[in-house]
Design a binder for this molecule. Structure first.
Ligand code: RB5
Length: 144
């Protein structure tokens, strides 16, 4: 499995932490930047993360900015991306189980490292409840 990671300056420290955590779990990462806390524009990095997932270069993505909001909006502009801002473990589990989120967005100014690690683990470990209403709704999203 390969997970794309991307951030702006507001999510840079968290992105580096998550990258190390993923690699410690034996998961390959595709780091799309940014590379420091110098100010950059989150739409560029959200789009890059979304494109990596939509193209199949990565199996999923974790995108970080200050709140998770801006970078999630950018990732969701890419067709085929279902990016969910996750502020706690329940949101991460349900983002996978109900929405089959292929990217999650985290806020470096919102979450502690421990909270973010638990969120990423919950998203990775949960499974989409395929069939029935959830598959129908995800297909509707993908058709938009
Ligand atoms: C950057 O200052 C900040 O606006 C950005 O990281 C993010 O929080 C936007 O949604």
């Amino acid at each position: 499995m390969r997970i794309a990671v991307a951030s702006d300056h507001g999510g840079y420290v968290l992105k580096e932490f998550i990258k190390a955590r993923l690699e410690a779990r034996g998961i390959e990462t595709l780091d799309l930047g940014t590379g420091s806390e110098e100010s950059v524009d989150y739409p560029l990095f959200g789009r890059a993360c979304g494109e990596a997932v939509a193209s199949g270069r990565a199996d999923g993505g974790v995108a970080c900015c200050g709140t998770g909001i801006g970078i999630s909006i950018a990732a969701n502009k890419v067709k085929g991306v279902r990016c969910a801002v996750c502020a706690n473990v329940e949101m991460a589990e349900l983002a996978r189980r109900h929405n089959d989120a292929n990217v999650i967005a985290l806020g470096g100014r919102i979450l502690s490292e421990a909270e973010a690690a638990a969120i990423v683990d919950a998203w990775l470990d949960a499974e989409f409840e395929a069939g029935g209403r959830h598959s129908r709704r995800v297909a509707m999203l993908d058709g938009m």
